[in-house]
Design a protein around this ligand. Structure first.
Ligand code: SF4
Ligand code: SF4
Length: 62
């Protein structure tokens, strides 16, 4: 699986970085970036995002 960021919706509030135990989300001003190699697939970021700016896609990884 992979987390997809809709950067046109995200307002860089930082809630997703606060809940990410793998510490793999970085907030930059123009966008946020997720390190797919470090992501453990817990989906907490998807659940916490108040704007529903994160979605999950299955790219074949567990
Ligand atoms: S929680 Fe949602 S709106 Fe906030 S920074 Fe993360 S993706 Fe963006
Ligand atoms: S799914 Fe979990 S580990 Fe992956 S970016 Fe979201 S909060 Fe972090």
């Amino acid at each position: 699986m992979k987390i997809i960021v809709k950067n046109d919706i995200c307002d860089r509030c930082g809630c997703c970085t606060a809940v990410c135990e793998a510490d793999c989300i970085t907030v930059y001003e123009p966008c946020i970036e997720i390190d797919d190699e470090k992501c453990v697939g817990c989906r907490k970021c998807v659940w916490i995002c108040p704007l529903e700016a994160l979605t999950v896609t299955d790219n074949g990884k567990p």
